[in-house]
Design a protein around this ligand. Structure first.
Ligand SMILES: Cc1cc2nc3c(=O)[nH]c(=O)nc-3n(C[C@H](O)[C@H](O)[C@H](O)COP(=O)(O)O)c2cc1C
Length: 371
C-alpha cells in the first residue's frame, strides 16, 4: 500500500476514533461516569492514530513548512502560474481535513438538536424535559386525593419471596462499624479503586444490615428499617452481585430483610456481564460486591399513584447514602452507579423492568490504596 493510501486510511480511522471518543465523552458526561472503559480505549486509539498520521504525513508537513518559509519569496513567482500550483499537496490535505472536521462537527450538532426535538410530544417540548413534565404532573391536588381515597386498596405483599432459591444465612450485624457518624460523613468519598482482597461475609452482612436491614421489630406491625420509606411501604428491593466475598460463592442474590439472609437468584459469577451492563465501568468487576437497588413500583403505586415514582427514587437515594456511610465506617470503598443499561441489569437480577426495575447501583469492596 502506498504512503498516500495509508494516510487516507489513517485519516478515515482517525475520524471514526474522534467520533467514538467524542460520543463516549458525551455519554460519560451525561451519565456522570468517571471511568468509562470504551471512552478511554477510544482516546488511546485516537492518540495512536494521530501519531501514525503525523509519521505518514511527515513529508507533507515538511513541504508545508518549506512552503511557509517560501511565502516571503512568493512575489518572485513567475507571473501566470495559478495560485493553487504554489500550495503543496500536504497543505491542501491539511486544509481539507480541517474543513471536513468543521463540517462534520456542525452537521453532528445540527443532527443532535434536530433529533432531540423530533418525536417529542408538545407538552414535553414545552416543559423542556420529560422529568420536568412528570414533576409538574405529579403535584398533589385535594380532588385527586379524594378520588384516590375511594380507590380500592390492593396492597401487594411487603416482601418478595423465592421459594425455590437456595438460602444463605448472614451473620448478625450492626456492631462492626465503630466510626463516629460525623467522621464517616466528613470522610465519605466515591472511591473507585478496588484491591483483589475479598470482603468477609461479616463485612457484607454489615453493609446490608446497616444500609437496608430491618433494625427494629418491637413497635409496629411493620418493622423499622435502616432507611425511611413513604407510608412505610418499602418498595426498594436489594440484589447483590457477589464477586469476591469469603464463604459465599459468586452469584447474584436477593437480600431478604425479614430474615437477614440472601437467596440465590442467579448462579455463577456475573462480574463481567454486570460490568458491561454498567457501561463497562471497570470498578463493577473489581469490587467485592455490587448492590443493585430495584423499585417494586406496585408496592408504592397503589397508594401514591402519580407521586409514587418520586417516592421510590427518593427512598433509593436514602439507601445510597447509607451504603456510602456504612462502607466508610467499615473501611471499605463504595461508589454509586447511575450509568447502566437498565434492561441488562434488570435481566441479570431477574426482574421485568416494568413492575420492578433497577434504579440505582453501588459497588463495595476493599480499597486498592489500603491493600
Ligand atoms: C445518582 C448517582 C449516580 C452516580 N453514577 C456514577 C457512575 O455511574 N459512575 C461513577 O463513577 N460515579 C457515579 N456517581 C458518583 C459521583 O460521580 C460522585 O458522587 C461525585 O463525583 C462527587 O464525588 P464524591 O461522591 O466523592 O463526593 C454517581 C453518584 C450519584 C449520586
Amino acid at each position: 500500500m502506498t504512503r498516500r493510501r495509508l494516510l487516507t486510511l489513517t485519516s478515515v480511522l482517525l475520524i471514526v476514533a474522534v467520533a467514538v471518543a467524542g460520543a463516549t465523552g458525551q455519554i460519560a458526561a451525561a451519565f456522570d461516569i468517571n471511568r468509562f472503559g470504551i471512552h478511554r480505549y477510544a482516546a488511546y486509539t485516537l492518540l495512536a492514530l494521530a501519531a501514525v498520521h503525523v509519521v505518514l504525513a511527515w513529508p507533507d508537513l515538511m513541504a508545508m513548512v518549506r512552503h511557509w518559509a517560501q511565502i516571503g519569496r512568493r512575489r518572485r513567482t513567475p507571473p501566470g502560474v495559478p495560485p493553487t500550483a504554489r500550495v503543496p499537496a500536504g497543505r491542501r490535505f491539511a486544509l481539507g481535513a480541517a474543513m471536513g472536521f468543521a463540517a462534520g462537527a456542525a452537521a453532528a450538532t445540527a443532527f443532535g438538536s434536530l433529533q432531540r426535538r423530533s418525536g417529542v410530544p408538545d407538552e414535553v417540548a414545552e416543559a423542556g424535559d420529560l422529568g420536568v413534565l412528570y414533576h409538574r404532573w405529579s403535584r398533589p391536588t385535594y380532588l385527586g386525593g379524594l378520588v384516590k381515597s375511594f380507590a380500592p386498596i390492593l396492597e401487594p405483599p411487603l416482601y418478595k419471596s423465592y421459594p425455590a432459591g437456595a438460602v444463605f444465612a448472614l451473620p448478625s450485624a450492626g456492631e462492626a462499624a465503630r466510626m463516629p457518624l460525623h467522621q464517616a460523613i466528613r470522610r465519605r468519598r466515591s472511591r473507585r479503586g478496588f484491591s483483589d482482597r475479598s470482603m468477609t461475609l461479616q463485612e457484607l452482612a454489615d453493609v446490608l444490615f446497616l444500609a437496608v436491614g430491618e433494625t427494629d421489630h418491637t413497635d409496629r406491625s411493620r418493622p423499622f428499617r435502616a432507611f425511611p420509606s413513604s407510608g412505610a411501604l418499602f418498595p426498594t428491593e436489594t440484589y447483590v452481585g457477589v464477586h469476591a466475598v469469603e464463604g459465599l460463592a459468586p452469584a447474584i442474590y436477593h437480600y431478604q430483610p425479614q430474615t437477614h439472609a440472601l437467596v440465590r437468584v442467579r448462579a455463577g459469577g456475573q462480574s463481567a456481564p454486570l460490568m458491561r451492563a454498567a457501561l463497562d465501568q471497570g470498578m463493577v468487576a473489581e469490587a467485592g460486591a455490587v448492590i443493585v437497588l430495584a423499585s417494586y413500583f406496585d408496592r408504592v403505586g397503589w397508594k401514591y399513584k402519580d407521586r409514587a415514582y418520586r417516592y421510590a427514587l427518593i427512598e433509593a437515594g436514602h439507601i445510597g447514602q447509607n451504603l456510602y456511610l456504612v462502607a466508610e465506617a467499615l473501611g471499605l470503598s463504595c461508589c454509586a452507579i447511575g450509568a447502566f443499561f437498565d434492561d441488562d441489569v434488570n435481566a441479570l437480577v431477574g426482574i421485568d423492568g416494568v413492575r420492578e426495575a433497577a434504579v440505582y447501583m453501588a459497588v463495595v469492596g476493599h480499597s486498592a490504596s489500603a491493600a
